[in-house]
Design a protein around this ligand. Sequence first.
Ligand code: PLP
Length: 386
Amino acid sequence: MVSAVATPPPVLLSPPHLGGAEIGTIEASFAEGWLAPAGPVPAAFEHAVSIATGFRHVLATCSGTAALHLAYRCLDLQPGDHVWCPGFTFAATISPAVQMGAVPRFLDVDEACWTLDPAALVQELRAAARTGRLPRVVVAVDTYGQCADLPALAAACDPHGVALLSDSAAGMGATRHGRHAGHGARMAAFSFNGNKIVTTGGGGALASDDPLPIARARHLARHAREATAHYQHDTTGYSYGLPSPLAAVGLAQLPLLAARVAARRAIATRYALGLADVPGVRLMPESPNGRSNRWLTAIRVDAARFGMDREGLRLVLEAAGIEARPVWKPLNLQPAFRSVAHAPLPVAERLFAEGLCLPSGSAMAPEVQARVIAVIHDAHAAARRD
Ligand SMILES: *Cc1c(COP(=O)(O)O)cnc(C)c1O
């Protein structure tokens, strides 16, 4: 050992939080001989997701992105079709559609909730209807665990016959208007990636109250293989199932969902209280008619009032062994989507300039979080002295 001073372990943004029962459910799956993405273990996991989300039909997938890809296939997205989504999101919301040859367009989010702005969508759809360039699909996104306003978005889409899809990858356990994330869209995609609120390591789910798209997605996820002894395929499919050991992890994780949401909400509350007296720092607002799962606590840093910009603060945190990450860089600013059309995105761009996600893992101890809060206080005090 060379180090004389003990450095505290790094504080990560959102590491997986195991509950302890995972090894047992994996062993049970192994003992029954189930390893493949088939059989009773993924089926049991699908049932558990159905109970947790209130969706009648669920397909477990190997990732949230795979669930989104299957959703686009089930909506029969064709090359040249237009797909709209918020510019303020993770690239995977739209990547599968782009790979299918669709034409994306990015819309702005609402400053009050950081989710797709229903009023802007109404205007955009009216304008598109006049020019005959309506999108085939509008995708809403649950921002950092805050549900999009799906009833309002569906009311905008329905008169034009436009399908609404929900990227609820980060929405497990969150509600809006009293309903679980994803309800109000034709289909919802969830993620159980290692950084999400409950996890299978890597995994996802596609959910709907309509049995038809989920049956179709199930077929496509298994190579579009028909029920014949030889291999026969009615179309090209994917290998998108969730392997049994990962589904087993999910069976141990899902019962913890309510506790994980409570822990993340408590973390957001501690940040709100701990940072209340820091000028120029405010938390992502929670929609008045929703209950966010607070997957990630995001703050906005007003550089003039705080004394440094969000990147300055991020570097101070990094130097203290604390992982913070800028909020999503808007899709219109991404090299991958350089040539994509977009509405003006002033809110998304301002959020990127000012927004920072703070460590939010549900296993983070209050003392550890107190250190994060103290570093932010110190950064402000030091910036004011300079
Ligand atoms: C995590 C996430 C995804 C992707 O999910 P994976 O399971 O990692 O494929 C898509 N969209 C959003 C908004 C996410 O947060």
